[in-house]
Structure formats: C-alpha cells, structure tokens
Ligand binder design. Structure first.
Ligand code: NAD
Length: 357
C-alpha cells in the first residue's frame, strides 16, 4: 500500500500524524508512507503550492492522505500561487472525478446537530458528487451584451453519457457495499441535461437489479435531507447539485471535525481528506479534532485498498473512544473527558489494540 502523505498547512501536520499512528497500529498491513510538502508549506519552500516532486509522489502512490491547505497570510498572492490551487491541481492531474462524502452522526454526538437529535441520531448517508463536469466546467461561459445592450451572464450545463455512466456505476457499486439503496438526484422536470442523466442512470440500473434505485428532484432532496435524512443511503448527483447537497448534509452532523471525504479516479485510486480546512486559528495548539482525518484513512482502506474489515476496526475504535467520553474541544460537552489532538489519536490507537483506558 503506497500512500503519499501530504499534511499541508495549519493543523494539517497534527491531524495527519494521528491518522498515521492509527494506520501503523493496524497489524497485517504492508504500508509504505512517503511525505511531501503541499499548499502554503510547499510555496514557502519552492515557490509553488504543488511542486512537481509532490505531484509525482501523488501520481506514483496508490492513495493520498491529505491534511488541509491554506492560511490567511497567502491571501495576497496571485491566484495560481495560492495554497488552494494545490488541491484543484491534484484533482485535475489525477482525474479524481468522484467525490464521496459520508455524513454520519454518532449517537453520542447527536446533540451537536441543529436538528432534533431523534431526526439525526444514527444517520449514516453517503453523497457521491461528480467532480469534474457540469456547469462548473461547461463551455461556452461568460458575460456578454444582450440585444438590448444590457450585460448578461451565461454558463453551460453539460454532461456526456460517459461522464454520467462512470459516476452512476460507482454509485451502484458503493450502494452494493452498503444497504443497496441508491437515490439519483437531478432536475429532470426542467433541464435536458438532467433528463439525460436520469435516462443513463436508469439504463445502468438494469445491470444492478439487487440495488433499489430511486430518482428525486434536487429541490425535494434538499427538503428531504432536513425533514427525514435517514430515508437515504447513497445519493448520486452532478457537480453543482452535489456541491450544495453535500454541504447541507455535512451540517446535519453539526461537527466539522468529524467528517471525512474521498475523491476517486476511474480505477479506485483516491485522495482522502477531512472536509474541514487548515484551521489556522487553532494550528499548533494541540486542540484540533483528528477524527475526520482518521476516518479519511478508514475510507482509504475501504475504497482504494478493499480492506473493509480494517476500516470497520478504525470506525469501531472511534465509536469506542466517543462512548468512553473522550472529546476534543470542538465536540466537548460538560462532564466529558477533554483531550487534545495527540491524546485523541492515542485513545483511538489504544481502542484498536483492545486495551481500555
Ligand atoms: P476551516 O475549516 O479551516 O475552519 C473553520 C472553523 O472550524 C475554524 O474555527 C476552525 O478552528 C474550526 N475547525 C476546522 N477544523 C477543525 C478541527 N479538525 N477541529 C476543531 N476545529 C476545527 O475553514 P476556514 O477558517 O474558512 O479556512 C481556513 C483555511 O483553510 C483557508 O485558507 C481556506 O482556504 C482553507 N480551506 C482548505 C480546505 C482544504 O484544504 N481542502 C478546505 C476548506 C478551507
């Protein structure tokens, strides 16, 4: 298992270090870890947020564990030199077309959601967002003068059949690894692109008779996600709808420090990262929650390396430490045991090894 470690900026190094501890604590895995600078850290060292050597390491690895990039001190740099360009560059160069974002609510943390805890307790959904097509990339686009002389902005929503097919197939495969329910979200009542999307997804669905496929309009999906989110298992959708729905779904859980993500290419290679940023306000203070990054490592074992049992073990260890009351400050409630970043990592390792602390 060749894994490129790209910790990045801010809290990146602290949180990735905890995930590494956890990976090393799993027996029976042959792990080769190699680290490279990315983001602002890389810019400081080389003048480039995604140096050629870092990209090369990422290309040659089977998977990438990414921390986060960014800091306000780089805000005045030209856009192509800013840390955030590194993540966009990696997505583009590695063909990472599928973004997987689970939204999972541990019963112990259900109180952190802005929704009533009975609506979200035990929630476990996965949003699969297409990442490289749709209106964000369609041509032509621009601002022009209309016939009447006023300015008008325009973008092109476009999906080719093959783009829809590959993300839909992944959706069905993911549903098979979970509870065999797939909901495809579109706006087929209004948009031609969405009608094609729906037709292609339905055609592919015939090859997966064991997966229950449903379709939902995006406006209804946005409503159902807050009304009754537990009705969903896997949701597959296009780039723009997925952008919005995945942020909505992540906030159902109320805790940004708990949510992992994966971006996959056509062969299952992936970049795994927490959904949060580099949190410069708390960097270096040993208070960041490392669980989103540790859960990202679990996703890596599940989706790139096909080691579901190892992933299950990590997730069970996290449930165990939460049950024991370990909390970093972002998820702390009275009478719980407040711990720092490294101590949380150690607690997960201890739980993995089966010792109760
Ligand atoms: P952020 O996610 O870094 O932080 C938002 C808030 O959540 C902050 O108060 C932070 O302290 C807190 N937080 C985030 N992660 C946490 C964790 N693991 N544990 C505890 N608290 C946590 O977003 P921001 O402040 O808007 O952005 C900071 C920098 O991160 C910016 O430069 C932004 O561009 C960048 N960013 C990077 C990524 C990425 O690398 N993929 C994603 C989002 C933002």
């Amino acid at each position: 298992m060749k894994i490129a470690l790209l910790p990045g900026d801010g809290i990146g190094a602290e949180i990735v270090a905890q995930a590494v501890k956890v990976l090393r604590a799993l027996d029976g895995l042959d792990i080769d870890l190699q680290q490279a600078p990315v983001g602002g850290t890389a810019y400081d060292q080389t003048g480039d947020p995604l140096p050629a050597a870092t990209l090369e390491l990422a290309r040659n690895a089977d998977a990438i564990l990414f921390g986060a990039v960014g800091d306000w001190k780089y805000d005045s740099l030209p856009r192509e030199k800013r840390p955030e360009q590194a993540i966009l560059g990696l997505r583009r160069e590695l063909g990472l077309f599928a973004n997987l974002r689970p939204a999972l609510v541990y019963p112990e943390l259900a109180g952190a959601s802005s929704l009533r805890s009975e609506v979200v307790a035990g929630l476990d959904i996965l949003i699969l967002r297409e990442l490289t097509g749709d209106i964000y990339f369609g041509q032509p686009r621009g601002v022009r003068r209309s016939h009447s002389g006023e300015r008008e902005g325009f973008d092109t929503m476009v999906y080719s059949e093959s783009e829809v097919r590959r993300v839909a197939e992944l959706g069905f495969e993911l549903a098979r690894k979970r509870s065999r329910k797939l909901c495809s979200v579109d706006k087929a009542n209004v948009l031609e692109t969405s009608q094609l999307w729906r037709d292609v997804v339905s055609e592919i669905g015939k090859r997966y008779p064991d997966v229950a496929l449903s379709h939902m309009y995006v406006d209804n999906a946005a409503m159902q996600l807050v009304r009754n989110p537990k009705q969903f298992d896997v949701i597959v959708t296009g780039n723009m709808f997925g952008d919005i729905l995945s942020d909505e779904a992540s906030m159902l859980t109320g805790s940004i420090g708990m949510l992992p993500s994966a971006s996959l290419d056509a062969r299952g290679k992936g970049l795994y990262e927490p959904i949060h940023g580099s949190a410069p306000d708390i960097a270096g203070k040993d208070v960041a929650n490392p669980l989103a990054t540790i859960l990202s490592a679990a996703m890596m074992l599940r989706y790139t390396f096909d080691r579901p049992q190892a992933a299950d073990r990590i997730e069970a260890a996290i449930r165990h430490v939460l049950k024991q009351g370990y909390r970093t400050p972002d998820i702390y409630e009275a009478e719980m045991r407040k711990v720092g970043t490294a101590e949380m990592g150690d607690a997960v390792v201890a739980a993995l090894r089966g010792s109760s602390r």
